[in-house]
Design a protein around this ligand. Structure first.
Ligand SMILES: C[S@@+](CC[C@H](N)C(=O)[O-])C[C@H]1O[C@@H](n2cnc3c(N)ncnc32)[C@H](O)[C@@H]1O
Length: 254
């Protein structure tokens, strides 16, 4: 892939994969409900863009039961993980979602969860993907509208995460921007807010797993990202204090 076109702020280390597993547990039920709402016959080809370790691909395979399920990610590590976990039930492809190969065409369902938030021009990306749909094809997307919390440690973390994503040209709370897709040639079938209230400890656990806190993880992240798009790292002092505050909140039950 062209490293200038996109870079994923949180990398693909073991820790990042574990964070996505916890994220999948938290968001799985909402995603499943969303997919059931949009199930329509038996699709021939369903594509999971920015599939990560493949938790979303699994849901697509099991709920939409397509003829072919394809998982695409720019991380070779994640694509290999999906291949191991899903075996021959999914085709995997390591590719940039912004430069899809020509074989991705006439797709019935293109799905992307928490990918647009990592792209510099999400509306342009959607316009590109619409070109890959068949005549009755749909694009389904799940992103963050807003995150609110009264817990000061989580507020501090979220402010830092917003800042890091912005330094990489991305927005965390991208929902309001996506509403503008209606101004493009997309015909919006539905747009819905799903409200999730994970326990504070679970949110803190997920946040603490963001792989930028610990110096070893930070070093491996820095080496995997192209120089000009490297996200701003918090200073070690801030990082250590926030990380230890987050782990304290995370250790409270449940
Ligand atoms: C937050 S993760 C979401 C993973 C998965 N969709 C989920 O919800 O569990 C974002 C994923 O998008 C991938 N990604 C980021 N930019 C990409 C691009 N331009 N092309 C393909 N994949 C990309 C990352 O490697 C990462 O796996």
């Amino acid at each position: 892939m062209d490293p200038e076109r996109s870079s994923y702020t949180f990398g693909d280390s073991d820790l990042a994969a574990h964070r996505l597993a916890l994220l999948a547990e938290t968001f799985g039920p909402t995603t499943a409900r969303f997919l059931r709402m949009h199930r329509n016959g038996t699709p021939s080809l369903v594509v999971d863009l920015g599939c990560g370790p493949g938790y979303t691909t699994e849901l697509l395979r099991d709920i939409l039961r397509p003829g072919r399920t394809m998982a695409i990610d720019s991380s070779r590590t994640y694509v290999e993980l999906v291949a191991q976990r899903l075996g021959s039930s999914a085709e995997v492809l390591c590719a940039d979602a912004l430069a899809l190969p020509d074989i991705i065409r006439d797709v019935d369902v293109i799905f992307a969860r928490f990918l647009l938030t990592h792209l510099a021009d999400p509306l342009r990306a959607i316009a590109q993907w619409l070109e890959r749909l068949g005549s009755d094809g749909v694009f389904l997307s799940e992103e963050v509208e807003s995150i609110t919390t009264d817990e000061p440690t989580l507020v501090a973390y979220l402010n830092l995460q917003r800042e890091m994503l912005r330094a990489n040209g991305n927005e965390l709370e991208i929902g309001p921007l996506l509403a503008q897709v209606a101004d493009t040639r997309a015909q919006v079938i539905s747009s819905e807010l799903a409200i999730l209230s994970p326990p504070t400890a679970v949110a803190a656990r997920m946040f603490a797993m963001t792989p930028v806190w610990r110096s070893a993880e930070s070093r491996s992240l820095s080496t995997t990202l192209p120089l000009r798009r490297r996200p701003r790292q918090p200073s070690h002092g801030v990082s250590d204090m926030l990380y230890s505050a987050l782990t304290k909140v995370a250790s409270k039950s449940p």
